[in-house]
Design a protein around this ligand. Structure first.
Ligand SMILES: [Fe+2]
Ligand SMILES: [Fe+2]
Length: 258
């Protein structure tokens, strides 16, 4: 099977057609001088839309009696409960995407869309199960606060759009396991910061049990990040014909707040 590192009919660079590329460069120069291609017009449109746009979404009102009680208690303490609930919803959306990412990566491993990545199926399965467990943890945290975990919070919506590219890359049949791992690496980096932030805020809001659970999730995420990094760097070393370098076993992640 051909690999992306084989030489092929890639004609995207300007050196492939010097005459056309010269015309293209001339055209770009001419275009810059034309008033119609000035960025002022598009900037003005962006400014108008940005000034007038409604928020991307709003937080759902508490649908249960418990939710009303919890919200009232938090407001009395001077906290804005919606901020924490929005963060929980955001992580929930992200963990759902994480679970799906590992599902598609497993298919690539099974179908041999890898040459050099030293990845074990059991590791992928374990990480997938942990992502799913994190999803459940967040759903029950939202329920404990009287919120509906099926509601898409504004940040969940934003995160779902932000991660669309990660899923699109990983589920593309042409993408190799190594290429998909690059998308997974982006997800795991964000996962680490996400859980760090969430455990910190949970602790400061006095949700001590949740904070403890979230710190355990962060430990899982640190392990995911370390593994994905080592699979990816190992595969790149092997592709490039380099002797694998010994690497530190742990990721460079800040320690969770205690
Ligand atoms: Fe996760
Ligand atoms: Fe993860």
């Amino acid at each position: 099977m051909k690999t992306p590192m084989d030489l092929g009919p890639n004609r995207t660079g300007v050196d492939m057609s010097p005459i056309d590329s010269r015309r293209s460069i001339d055209g770009a120069r001419d275009g810059v001088l034309a008033p119609s291609t000035s960025t002022a017009a598009i900037d003005a449109v962006r400014r108008t839309w940005t000034a007038e746009a409604e928020p991307i979404g709003t937080m759902p009102p508490p649908a249960s009696v418990k939710g009303v009680v919890v919200t009232a208690a938090e407001l009395l303490k001077g906290n804005r409960p919606t901020v924490f609930l929005d963060l929980l919803g955001e992580r929930l959306a992200f963990e759902r995407t994480g679970t799906r990412l590992y599902e598609v990566v497993m298919v690539k491993l099974e179908e041999g869309r890898t040459r050099d990545a030293d990845v074990a199926r059991e590791d992928l399965e374990r990480i997938r199960d942990q992502e799913l467990r994190h999803f459940g943890l967040l759903a029950s945290a939202m329920e404990q606060l009287g919120a509906d975990p099926t509601a898409v919070t504004p940040s969940a919506d934003v995160m779902a759009v932000a991660t669309q590219g990660l899923l699109a890359v990983s589920s593309d049949p042409r993408v190799t396991l190594e290429q998909a791992l690059k998308a997974v690496l982006i997800a795991e980096l964000a996962d680490n910061d996400g859980w760090l932030m969430l455990s910190d805020i949970a602790a400061r809001l006095g949700h001590d049990e949740m904070a403890a659970d979230f710190r355990l999730a962060l430990v899982d995420e640190q392990d995911h990040l370390a593994r994905v990094r080592s699979w990816l760097t190992g595969a790149i070393d092997a592709h490039a014909g380099l002797t694998p370098q010994p690497r530190p076993s742990g990721p460079e992640t800040r320690a969770p707040a205690v």
